[in-house]
Ligand binder design. Structure first.
Ligand code: HEM
Length: 499
């Protein structure tokens, strides 16, 4: 549970990046870190074992030091907490790892998109999608983001309580619908949202079933499987229809000599068609373009990866601003001095303001340190592999949790305190790269990172320029670590006007 009490601002100490000594357990040719002696299910009644909150297990394991080992049935699992070891997995030895099983099993929901694909398939998808996410490309969305945030801020009423977590979800959904599909939040978008939420909930119980993929494929008449199949089918139909409509729109535009839309979907379709039509790629066209099914999987992947993460980052930011009046005042001072028109009157933020809003960015960075929307990641070794002082067998799973590493006092002294000053360029340069990795790293680093920063900064600037959100007293704030880190009971606030 998070405390609602304001937290004092303190001076920054210099972080010490000293890797602690690592006790090693030798077993044959392998070297494991210490950890749980028994197989994980034996700890079912321990305080740290709660399948609804794996962060408790990670926090417990982090006490073993640099890394901790445990077994789940016959699988070796290692939690890494040292930035150097995480870097080895994500960057230096990325070719020796694939996505771990739970993420791969998301295929039953996401098919073969960027998140679930590995190896050559992943590289091919990434090549095709990259231009759509290019920094210059996504900058075109800045005015859309501000327009939607401004509409949202016009709806809030002084003193009327709102759940800001729900509000941020609604806003991020609108922004995603517009930038991904160039549409308002239509019934189709609601259907995608609702069905994917339903599918996600079922997914949690499905992944605990052995061979869930096969059970789904074999049409076994188990209620949860029947519901899952029905929802997934509906989801696919809606996305296919939206793609077909967009393809018709593009064909029409091309016939009339008009430029095609700038939304992400148009760009993904165009990327695929350009590659197909290019004579130079005719001999290996299948290798450079997405099939219809791949396109659908990618759209669903980007839709789901892109909106809840940003919404959560913003929700936690509001909580922390409400708890930290000093930081809030500094944020307001920055917005009030930068967002002025030539007559000195307040105006909405624009893309060009971003370099002038460093504190706004630092506030979001610090919020994602304490409450990283992607709170853990995992990989599976495809062969015996050395990481730091350890040597792990083929098929071992390695996990690392942003939630844990971001609270390491070696890199973030007094880690529970909210201090945006930790993200000045100098402070950032004094830490190892993987002490802070909200967007992952290496060849699979979040493709939407620039988009996410732009959306979060412009949204916060637009809303905080007009409103101060006061936390409602005596509410319970709790973590809900699902695929993203959500506030379990929302965050209740009352808006107070600033302008
Ligand atoms: C605050 C917001 C966000 C956070 C914290 C976040 C976090 C992450 C992380 C940690 C990964 C790497 C996962 C891994 O390697 O296992 C990732 C991958 C990905 N993200 Fe994001 N993300 C955010 C926003 C977005 C947005 C806005 C989009 C798209 C519009 C997006 C699309 C993706 C995709 C497609 C991948 C898979 C990339 C690949 O494997 O090549 N994300 N994200």
């Amino acid at each position: 549970m998070a405390s609602l009490a304001p937290q004092p601002v303190q001076d920054l100490a210099t972080p010490q990046a000293v890797t602690p000594p690592a006790p090693i357990l030798h077993r044959g040719k392998f070297r494991f870190p210490p950890g749980l002696k028994l197989n994980l299910p034996f700890y079912s009644f321990s305080k740290f074992f709660d399948p609804r909150n794996p962060i408790l297990l990670f926090e417990y394991l982090a006490k073993f030091g640099r890394a901790a080992h445990y077994r789940l049935l016959w699988h070796h699992i290692v939690l890494l907490t040292d930035p150097a070891d995480i870097r080895e997995v994500l960057v230096d030895k990325a070719h020796l790892f694939i996505k771990e099983r739970t993420q791969k099993r998301m295929r039953i929901l996401l098919g073969e998109g960027l998140i679930t694909a590995d190896g050559e398939t992943h590289k091919r998808h990434r090549r095709i999608a990259a231009p759509a996410f290019h920094r210059q490309r996504i900058q075109a969305y800045a005015s859309t983001i501000v327009e939607y945030a401004a509409a949202q801020r016009d709806q809030w009423q002084p003193g009327r309580q709102i759940d800001v977590a729900a509000e941020m979800m609604r806003l991020a959904l609108q922004i995603t619908a517009r930038t991904l599909f160039d549409t308002a939040v239509t019934p189709e978008i609601h259907a995608i949202n609702d069905e994917s939420n339903a599918v996600m909930d079922m997914y949690n119980s499905l992944v605990s079933l052995p061979r869930a993929e096969d059970l789904l494929r074999w049409h076994i008449p188990v209620p949860v499987l029947i519901r899952f199949r029905r929802s997934k089918k509906h989801l696919d139909q809606v996305v296919d229809q939206m793609i077909a409509a967009k393809q018709a729109e593009i064909a029409q535009a091309l016939r009339e000599g008009r430029p095609i839309g700038g939304d992400l979907l148009s760009m993904l379709i165009a990327a695929r068609d350009e590659n197909r039509d290019s004579p130079s790629s005719s001999k290996d066209s299948a290798a450079v373009r997405l099939s219809s099914k791949e396109l659908r999987d990618e759209v669903l992947t980007i839709f789901l990866a892109g909106y809840e993460t940003v919404a959560n980052a913003l929700s936690w930011t509001w909580l922390l601003l409400g708890q930290n009046p000093h930081a809030e005042a500094r944020l307001h001072a920055e917005l009030d001095s930068v967002l002025l028109d030539q007559s000195g009157n307040p105006r909405l933020p624009t893309l060009e303001d971003l370099p002038q809003l460093p504190y706004t960015e630092m506030v979001i960075a610090e919020a994602m340190r304490l409450y990283p929307p992607a709170w853990a990641m995992g990989r599976q070794a495809t062969e015996d592999v050395e990481i730091g002082p350890y040597r792990l067998p083929k098929n071992s799973f390695v996990f690392f949790s942003q939630y844990i590493v971001h609270r390491d006092p070696r890199f973030f002294p007094d880690p529970e305190a909210f201090r945006p000053e930790r993200f000045t360029p100098e402070a950032k340069a004094s830490r190892p790269k993987f002490a802070y990795f909200p967007f992952g790293g290496g060849g699979r680093q979040c493709i939407g990172e620039s988009f996410a920063w732009m959306e979060a900064i412009l949204t916060l600037a637009t809303l905080a320029q007009r409103w101060r959100l006061t936390l409602v007293e005596n509410q319970t704030i709790a973590l809900q670590p699902k695929i993203t880190l959500r506030p379990k009971f929302g965050i209740q606030v009352t808006p107070e006007p600033r302008l």
